[in-house]
Design a protein around this ligand. Structure first.
Ligand SMILES: Cc1ncc(COP(=O)(O)O)c(C=O)c1O
Length: 428
């Protein structure tokens, strides 16, 4: 019979070396239920990462599982060449929730393709190949989305057909403006954006793409309102704003349904992926009709809007709305923060605990400063595993521990996670 060690050997033999499983001794995940997963040997872990914020409302969520099983038995694939109710119904639900007026929804299999489509739309609509992104961003693995990624450890190429410039704002801890208060920091970033546009752009820029909270970047969080201020400057020049909600959507931030809502603005487009299929591949871009319909040739994604994915999406979204998962994210996030803030403040090597709702990060540095400490981050990660807790890593220097519990996480699970983290921190 297969065991975990066996799988590790086979993984390394057949998968590319740029994929790297977590932990010195990688773990297998054989099955999951609610907030927990089990490995092949039957060890149980509390899952506070959800396969990178993607299992969102619990493993084997009965509503989602039933919807998928019903759809599997009916038809698994149609394509957009035919009318498929699951696809249309899911698009209707997303359009209604998006906050974008006269919304059109283009469905894709991954977040990368959603962002690629958004950039295609913006550059076509604006007839410009100039794009702005935010420093410390991650937007995907394809050729174009790598060009708008500002993360040297995740950037496989500098080649691109786009002219991309990166603005200040998303990652405050390592910004030259970090010592300013919220208002002054926001002013400094807005002034920098304006100067960049005035001094370095060649006329009409197509768009700015931003993550309201930078995911891979270690849940780096700009002050509320910053992106709204950016949008005012951009809108004056006709430049579009794309909100990459791949990690921040569906109520995860607690205070809002979408990350952009913390910034007192409505974007021209938003992109989504990860959690909305609760583990089934599903992503897309929402845009105003005038932008979406600016493509005048055929543009087709074989798996985009697949009925299986779409039925998982509608079931997940309905679950989120009917169970008010946003309110749960807020309440559980507050409980988590109240318990963890004093523990983090007592560890001199945790330079910053940041986040909101059910997105929390600990940036690990040399005590007393912001020199990244990757070795200690790995120790922290391993210690969490020993205490039965799965968490993620991230950050520009791989020195951030990230947590994203399920949106329907319970108080007992939060308390169990806090106990595991506290014990792990004490051990280091
Ligand atoms: C903010 C953000 N955008 C886009 C992507 C790319 O999504 P995918 O991995 O589904 O292609 C990711 C993936 O981590 C992400 O975090």
């Amino acid at each position: 019979m297969t065991n975990t060690a066996d799988l590790a050997t086979r993984y390394r033999r057949v998968l590319p070396s740029f994929l790297s499983p977590y932990y010195a001794e990688p773990i297998s995940i054989d099955r999951g239920e609610g907030g927990y997963v089990w490995d092949l040997e039957g060890n149980r872990y509390l899952d506070f990462f959800g396969g990178v914020l993607t299992t969102m409302v619990g493993h084997d969520n009965p509503d989602v599982t039933a919807a998928v099983q019903r759809q599997v038995a009916k038809v698994m694939h149609t394509s957009t060449l035919y009318l498929s109710e699951p696809m249309i119904e899911f698009a209707e639900l997303v359009a209604a929730q998006s906050g974008i007026p006269d919304a059109r929804v283009y469905l894709t299999p991954s977040g990368t393709e959603a962002n690629d489509a958004a950039i295609l739309l913006a550059t076509s609509f604006r007839k410009s190949s100039q794009v702005l992104a935010v420093r410390n961003s991650y937007h995907g693995r394809s050729f174009q989305t790598q060009a708008i990624t500002s993360h040297s450890s995740w950037k496989s190429t500098a080649l691109s057909g786009l002219t991309v410039q990166f603005v200040q704002g998303g990652y405050r801890l390592r910004s030259p403006f970090r010592d300013l208060d919220d208002e002054a920091y926001t002013d400094a970033c807005v002034n920098d954006l304006v100067q960049l546009l005035d001094m370095t752009s060649a006329g009409d820029v197509a768009c700015l793409i931003a993550e309201p909270i930078q995911g891979v970047g270690g849940f780096a969080t700009a002050p509320d309102g910053l992106f709204g201020r950016f949008q005012k400057e951009l809108a004056n020049r006709g430049i579009l704003f794309i909100s990459d909600e791949v990690q921040t959507g569906w109520g995860r931030t607690g205070d809002h349904f979408w990350g952009y809502q913390a910034h007192d603005m409505v974007p021209d487009m938003l992109t989504f992926a990860k959690g909305v299929g609760n583990g089934i591949t599903l992503a897309g871009v929402v845009a105003r009709a005038e932008i979406m319909d600016s493509i005048h040739v055929l543009n087709f994604s074989t798996f985009g809007g697949n009925p299986l994915s779409a039925s998982a999406g509608s079931a997940t979204l309905r679950y989120v709305l009917e169970h008010d998962c946003q309110a749960n994210a807020k309440a559980m996030g507050e409980r988590f923060e109240a318990a963890m803030r004093p523990v983090a403040e007592g560890a001199p090597w945790i330079a910053e605990m940041r986040g909101r709702g059910l997105m929390w990060a600990f940036e690990v540095c040399e005590p007393g400063g912001i020199e990244p400490d990757k070795a200690r981050t790995n120790e922290f990660h391993e210690a969490c595993k020993r205490h039965g807790l799965l968490v993620g890593k991230g950050g520009l220097y791989g020195n951030v521990i990230r947590l994203a519990p399920m949106l329907n996480v319970t108080t007992d699970e939060i308390d169990e996670g806090v106990a595991a983290l506290t014990a792990a921190i004490a051990e280091i």
